[in-house]
Design a protein around this ligand. Structure first.
Ligand code: PFF
Length: 463
């Protein structure tokens, strides 16, 4: 069996640690800092954190390993990697759909991700200029609602964010991605520690801890499992080829198993630390922790605005969120970008611009769904909710399922063995069990329940 190439034409990460930082940069984003704390609090706190960890461990990590090994074996964009691997294993060309679906999912996610990240950029400015200094909850709410009601301002922020993303991506793997990641990721960890210390001293730390870690098992139902699994996919950037694309640039001697475990742990630590940084500040001010988008864009600025040095730390917080979002956005473009560069021999910077413009145009739908087109519904959802649902709840799990099945049942065992380099037979069988049975079954259940919500209540079957 001929094994894959040793280098990617797009460049290579200069070390194992750069891959860790890049993949962690993709994983850590709005999903960790904004969504995880809120849904953990809403779904039983500590009990939810535990089932989320189970999902990351038994579904997330195996699929992340599978994506990385496929990428490193193919050394191309996900579409061409899958093409090459299907030829190599003499299997059906159907599997290339993994690559195509990933490109499409990346587009859809980035179209709204850019808009929400634009909000964070706007809030850097708002915090720094003292808009939230000692404001009342009503004013904080109104500031957020006024912002949502202003499509031009939102468009400006989205444009700024997409412009930054395109600029970095256009510079290439070494010059653009590595430089950005080398600076952003360590800074992000430092800022998070600063905020944690700030939260610890805010007076609400015990309450924040209770909120995040109380073992409220009664609130764990099918829905909570569903949310935990969906969150594991989104937060680890799985099912759409982002990690496969990054895997193509991983040096051949890097251990995939330990590297992926490190990345998943980093991602989880950031999510939990974000909660521990946010909630104490919220409780110190007697504010409401469970308000979804409002948690980050209303409650947090309000809370910071009421604390000493709040404007400074609030600004730092939104800088952190923007950094995290940029390193995720970069990875969302990589599958499509690498494919177009390979297929048309096009210049990276040019392709980045065209992709950016397309995503920006698509994102206008999301911008308008918060104001002018708020009443326009597609299958009962606003444009934003629809795009979010299709990409996160349908395309990512489906992509993950196909990746697990391809890796477990189609790709020759020799390729998987040589890529993973697992010598210990117990470990090998654990990997086989997870990738061939546990992960696909887990995803299948989530997928069916998400796509056919009536299956939860058996109402589909007349029960
Ligand atoms: N993992 C990112 C987050 O948690 O915000 C979102 C994301 C990035 C999803 C890249 C998918 C992806 F390919």
């Amino acid at each position: 069996m001929a094994l894959g190439k040793t280098e990617s034409r797009h460049g290579m990460w200069s070390s194992r640690w750069l891959f860790v930082l890049a993949a962690a940069g993709s994983a850590v984003g709005l999903g960790n800092i904004w969504k995880f704390p809120y849904i953990a609090g809403e779904n039983g706190g500590g009990a939810f954190v535990i089932i989320y960890l189970v999902c990351v461990a038994i579904v997330g990590i195996p699929i992340m390993m599978a994506e990385t090994l496929l990428g490193r074996e193919g050394r191309n964009s996900p579409i061409n990697t899958m093409r090459m691997l299907t030829q190599q294993s003499r299997s059906s060309g159907f599997w290339v759909v993994i690559g195509w679906m990933g490109v499409l999912a990346g587009f859809l996610i980035l179209s709204y991700y850019g808009v929400i990240a634009g909000w964070a950029l706007f809030y850097i400015f708002e915090m720094a200029t003292g808009t939230f200094d000692a404001v009342t909850p009503d004013i904080a709410n109104q500031t957020f609602n006024n912002f949502l009601a202003n499509p031009w301002l939102m468009l400006l922020c989205q444009t700024l964010f997409m412009g930054l993303t395109v600029y970095i991506v256009g510079k290439g793997v070494i010059k653009g991605l590595e430089t950005a990641i080398r600076w952003f990721m360590p800074l992000l960890f430092v800022l998070l520690i600063v905020l944690l210390v700030y939260g610890m001293n805010s007076g609400g730390f015990q309450q924040g801890l209770d909120f995040m870690f109380r073992m409220n098992w009664e609130s764990i139902d099918a829905d909570a499992w569903l949310i935990a699994m969906g969150q594991a996919f989104f937060t680890l950037s799985l099912g759409m080829g982002a990690i496969m694309a990054y895997g193509a640039y991983v040096p051949g001697d890097t251990s995939i198993t330990s590297t992926i475990a490190t990345i998943a742990i980093l991602d989880t630590v950031v999510a939990v630390a974000s909660g521990l940084a946010i909630f104490p500040v919220v409780f110190a001010n007697g504010l409401e922790p469970g308000q979804g988008p409002g948690l980050m864009f209303v409650t947090v600025p309000l809370a910071f605005g009421q604390l000493p040095l709040g404007a400074l730390f609030g600004t730092v917080f939104f800088v952190l969120v923007s950094f995290a979002a940029i390193t995720s956005a970069i990875s969302l473009t990589e599958p499509a970008l690498a494919y177009l560069v390979e297929e048309y021999n096009a210049k990276r910077a040019r392709v980045a611009k065209s992709l950016g413009v397309l995503c920006w145009l698509l994102g206008i739908g999301t911008v308008l769904s918060f104001n002018v087109l708020a009443d326009f519904k597609v299958f009962d959802r606003t444009i934003f909710e629809f795009v979010d649902h299709i990409s996160q709840n349908i395309m990512l799990p489906l992509g993950g399922l196909l990746i697990a099945v391809f890796c477990a049942y189609v790709l020759p065992k020799a390729v998987v063995k040589s890529q993973l380099g697992i010598e210990n037979s117990a470990l090998w069988w654990l990997w086989k069990l997870l990738i061939a049975v546990v992960a696909p079954l887990g995803v299948l259940v989530v997928f069916i329940v998400t796509v056919f919500p009536c299956a939860q209540t058996l109402s589909c079957f007349g029960a």
